[in-house]
Ligand binder design. Structure first.
Ligand SMILES: [Zn+2]
Length: 411
């Protein structure tokens, strides 16, 4: 996977990517400065080829091959291909087919059918040539034997193959205060996954009712609330993020009250995305949360390749401090309200539901059903009301702070 590392390094060396965060106007392709060329004259068999795309601005991207028929796939984050015909690319006739378009929120895809198996020899993004503004993506591929044809063969990549242009919504620009904050509330678990259970009460049901109580207070305070589920249904973890994104949420809060062996966890805890978190109890929780998806046949392990993860991390560099700020406001408001918290109230965890790269996201364990004190709180209407009130206050303070920062960034 030498080429993979090369792509990563090139991307990381481009600081503008981290600043952009995918929020400004999308990159476009300049067809007059783009081309597909082949080396040599032998038109009878596959030849080395170079794809050059001149873009209005640099974008993170990933490259891989699929088979049946052999094709090169390039995912960009993100290019607005609308109004640009793939058929019009100079050199297009060198390959059996070339298509491009948007294929899911935040990502565009180019698919190039190949005359045989190929390998990627070079993937470079550099400043555009000839004094043009923007960036030049240069991909060089060479024919290889079938045994050296390395494809990314998971089922999901097949599903992702270029569909008809979907009605994909982009996130609105970061909120600067002109519109109400939209909060996505995610009551954990549901359906065939009840979460933790105490007697007849399940975490799934408890979180649904807490989410309803919180929704009422938030709505009264002038916030818009979207829910990832409104009833006892199973919603896969990735789908929960997709719902938040489709509803253009500014903040994502997943609500839980899990079970851990007695003595391992007590008190309200706030989690933020951190794949390096190695606390044993936290890992156990993350595994439990993913287990329901695994049972439903959704293999999370296959959904992101390493490169996509790194790209998401680039976008996350901007979002993470915002999640962190929200956690701080939450801790201070809960303290003020006298709500008991874990001795380390803010922790990192590799919870899949927190993976949205561009929406500040936290997971709140309101308490642990396995702890007697927490359990008493969770069933106490007064405690729940005070907690919901304090969370609303934290959201309100964070919203003002975050909007003020967004205004400063825009200047
Ligand atoms: Zn849970």
């Amino acid at each position: 996977m030498r080429w993979l590392c090369a792509v990563l390094l090139l991307l990381l060396a481009w600081p503008a990517l981290a600043d952009n965060g995918g929020r400004s106007a999308l990159a476009t392709v300049d067809l007059t400065q783009s081309s597909l060329t082949a080396e040599g004259r032998d038109r009878g068999k596959p030849r080395p080829m170079e794809l050059r795309l001149t873009l209005s601005q640099p974008v993170p991207y990933r490259v891989y091959f699929l088979d049946g028929p052999p094709r090169l796939v390039v995912d960009f984050r993100e290019i607005d291909f609308s109004g640009t015909e793939a058929e019009a690319l100079p050199g297009r006739d060198l390959v059996p087919a070339l298509r491009w378009g948007r294929f899911r929120p935040g990502w565009s895809r180019l698919v190039m059918e190949l005359p045989g198996p190929y390998a990627l020899r070079l993937a470079v993004q550099s400043p555009a040539e000839g004094g043009a503004r923007g960036a030049l993506v240069k991909l060089r591929i060479e024919p290889v034997g079938q045994k050296d044809f390395v494809t990314r063969g998971n089922a999901l990549s097949a599903l992702w193959d270029l569909p008809t242009p979907a009605d994909v919504t982009a996130l609105p620009p970061r909120r600067t205060g002109e519109r109400p904050l939209r909060v996505a509330l995610d009551p954990g678990h549901g359906g065939h996954d009840p979460g933790a259970q105490v007697g007849a009460i399940s975490e799934a049901a408890l979180m649904l009712s807490f989410a309803r109580e919180l929704t009422e207070i938030l709505t009264r305070a002038g916030f818009e609330v979207v829910a990832t589920r409104n009833d006892d249904n199973f919603i896969p973890l990735e789908r929960r993020m997709t719902i938040a994104r489709a509803k253009q949420a500014d903040l994502f809060i997943s609500l839980h009250a899990d079970a851990l062996p007695a003595g391992e966890a007590a008190g309200l805890s706030i989690y933020m995305w951190n794949p390096q978190a190695d606390d044993r109890a936290t890992r156990e929780l993350a595994m439990r949360h993913d287990r329901a998806d695994l049972l439903a046949g959704l293999d999370l392990a296959g959904t992101d390749d390493q490169l996509a993860d790194v790209l998401m991390d680039l976008v996350r560099t901007e979002t993470h401090p915002r999640s962190e700020a929200f956690a701080k406001f939450t801790v201070s408001e809960l303290n003020r309200a006298g709500i008991a918290m874990h001795r380390t109230p803010v922790r990192g965890a590799a919870f899949s539901v927190l993976k949205s790269p561009d929406i500040p996201s936290v997971l709140i364990e309101l308490g642990f059903l396995t702890d007697a004190g927490d359990r008493a709180n969770l069933f106490d209407p007064d405690w729940r009301a005070r907690t919901a009130q304090a969370l609303t206050q934290a959201i309100s303070l964070w919203a003002q702070d975050d909007a003020a920062r967004a205004v400063l960034l825009r200047k």
